[in-house]
Design a protein around this ligand. Structure first.
Ligand code: AGP
Length: 609
């Protein structure tokens, strides 16, 4: 998705923006652009393709002066093809205002028509360009005032930044529904859509809220909203630039898979309460009795986070006896939904910026329902909109395919289910067993990862297939869906996940020797049922890759390839059984020559509908 980085200060803005744009790459983009101010003139460069191949020498050749103020942008096309004309920045007719924009302007067509009638000439097919022309129309000496005026006219979402030759030494920003963050440095200031782009320069940040405007110079900032000035708190960012690097791994995805022992530990660190056989979750901000009254849980999420939510359904029903359902945020946001009294909504999102989830949260909140956010990115839009929730603390997830965030989401849902369960029927003994099992998880994940080479071998033997099935039952059904999604998104191999027993209702017709099936078959009270499903596949020459529990021999005769995971309680098994599927997808994608961290057509955070 699009990214913004803007700088004003004493450093050479070319290198600050180049580094920032490279840090924004993980969000996914197809083109990029830069604009600097040189002796009262805005000078820009736009390119299609990867900025990672651009060195500072190339930029020095393009811009032969040394600018101290500038704005950079990575674009992921929504309106108009990915080409240099449509790349940002966009300008007004007199080339005095340069803007970059993240989000979508929904009423850009009527605005464009109106502006064209007034004599404005447009260069691009984008929705974003209307911002520059509308700003020009509304400007009469005061940029903040002009921004307020355009914000009253714009419908849709925006995180935008303005640079102008009319105000040298100043940058302006505004947001609605798309993140914009101010970085406060020592004699330098930044604007960005993503703290990761500036964290090597400063950790002091201000998170803008919807409808807020900021103006910055190298040593000052001023924030306001549609009604006047607002005072904002400077906050400290907690992760550093080092954790954003690949740390010796070939891909961020692989690094993040291997980080899971640590990210799992961070999800429960300081939260286990052995004395009361429960957990402490500081951010819930709901009283004991408010939580005790909860009778239903509704989980809203997209993609991998939705799969985590599906595991959550089993967890809340098993551990807490609370009726739970899981819905795609994109479906929920437009329906006449029924949320009975005493329903608690959970919004799960790694990035905290997914447009559909954000809109679903605001829809639920508008109906007066209590919403808890389960997010990874601190201070993200969903986290702030929910105001209460539980952070994953998984650290930045850069690879487009979500891995460590998924296992942390499942673990945080387990903590919440345990908490709610202990308020209800779950015994002290079961509480303690669960705490012990949670505490053992990082070590079990480490043990699982030690055998990654076995998945590499299985990938070698199977990577040429173009169709895969993934099957599992109960807790393993969401893992079948997640395993299939991992394979699809990074290797472009078709894969389908389903509850094992559903095979016979149609999909078994697809089985032949060309269609391997990944079977989630760890120990469970209904493993026998899964075995019968596998037997049906074997009878049709299907090849079987099974994920089993260590030392369990029950799948021996039914499997072509086996991978074993350590034993844990049934409801924590998904956290371990997904690891081999993440690795299998990774190795298959590498063998197929795919760009693992930035798969085609995908973006890390989907901030448009
Ligand atoms: C996961 O591998 C995907 N890239 C995608 O499904 C993702 O989980 C989904 O877009 C939701 O993102 P979020 O967790 O940031 O809200």
């Amino acid at each position: 998705m699009c990214g913004i980085i803007a700088y004003v200060g004493s450093k050479d803005a070319r290198s600050v923006l180049l580094e920032g744009l490279k840090r924004l790459e993980y969000r996914g983009y197809d083109s990029w652009g830069l604009v600097f101010l040189n002796e009262e003139r805005l000078v820009s460069l736009k390119r299609v393709g990867k900025i990672s191949q651009v060195g500072s020498d190339a930029l020095e050749d393009e811009f032969s002066f040394s600018p101290h103020i500038g704005v950079g942008h990575t674009r992921w096309a929504t309106h108009g093809a990915p080409n240099e004309t449509n790349a940002h920045p966009h300008f007004d007719c007199h080339h005095q205002l340069g803007i970059v924009h993240n989000g979508i302007i929904e009423n850009y067509l009527p605005l464009k028509k109106e502006l064209e009638k007034q004599g404005h000439v447009f260069q691009s097919e984008t929705d974003s360009e209307v911002i520059a022309h509308l700003l020009e129309e509304c400007y009469s000496g005061d940029m903040v005032d002009a921004l307020r005026q355009i914000m009253l006219r714009l419908v849709g979402t925006f995180g935008l930044t303005v640079i102008s030759s009319l105000h040298p030494g100043m940058l302006y920003g505004a947001r609605r529904g798309s993140p914009l963050i101010v970085g406060v440095g020592d004699g330098e200031m930044f604007l960005t859509s993503d703290v990761g782009a500036i964290v090597s320069h400063t950790r002091q940040v201000i998170y803008l809220e919807d409808n807020e405007i900021v103006s910055i110079s190298s040593d000052s900032f001023s924030t306001s909203n549609l009604n006047g000035m607002v005072k904002k708190k400077i906050e400290e960012v907690t992760f550093d630039a080092v954790s954003l690097n690949r740390g010796g791994y070939d891909h961020f995805m692989l690094k993040e898979i291997f980080e899971q022992p640590e990210s799992l530990y961070n999800a429960f660190r300081g939260r286990l309460d052995y004395q009361m056989a429960t957990v402490k979750l500081g951010g819930l901000d709901l009283t004991f009795s408010e939580l005790q009254e909860v009778q239903r849980i509704k989980i809203l999420a997209c993609g991998t986070a939705w799969h985590a939510g599906l595991v959550g359904k089993y967890l809340f029903e098993d551990l807490a006896g609370i009726w739970t359902d899981v819905e795609y945020a994109s479906e929920f946001r437009y329906r006449n939904f029924v949320l009975p009294d005493k329903t608690l909504v959970l919004a799960i999102s790694q990035s905290g910026e997914t447009a559909d989830t954000l809109a679903a949260v605001s829809e639920a909140k508008q109906k007066g329902v209590k919403v808890l956010g389960i997010c990874n990115v601190v201070g993200s839009s969903i986290a702030r909109q929910c105001r209460r929730g539980v952070y994953l603390h998984a650290g930045p997830e850069i690879g487009v395919a979500s891995t460590k965030a998924f296992t942390s989401q499942v673990l945080v849902l387990t903590l919440l289910a345990l908490y709610l369960g202990r308020q209800r029927n779950l015994s002290r003994r079961q509480g303690l067993v669960t705490l012990n099992a949670i505490e053992a998880l990082p070590e079990l994940a480490r043990r699982t990862l030690k055998k990654a080479y076995l998945l590499e071998e299985i990938a070698q033997a199977t990577y040429a297939h173009t169709n895969f099935l993934y099957i599992g039952r109960e807790y393993q059904y969401p893992i079948a869906l997640e395993g299939a999604l991992k394979l699809k998104e990074i290797s472009y191999v078709h894969a389908e996940g389903l509850p094992a027993a559903e095979l016979k209702h149609g999909i078994i017709a697809l089985i032949d020797e060309q269609m391997p099936t990944v079977v989630l078959a760890p120990e469970s009270p209904i493993l026998d049922k899964t075995k019968s499903n596998v037997a049906e596949i074997r009878a049709r020459q299907g090849r079987i890759i099974s994920v089993i529990t260590e030392a369990n021999r029950e799948m021996d005769d039914l499997s072509d390839f086996k991978f074993s995971i350590p034993r844990t309680t049934e409801f924590l098994t998904p956290i371990l059984s997904v690891i081999p599927l993440q690795l299998l997808a990774y190795y298959i994608a590498v063998l197929r020559g795919c760009d693992v961290d930035k798969p085609r057509n995908l973006a890390k955070s989907v901030t448009v509908e």
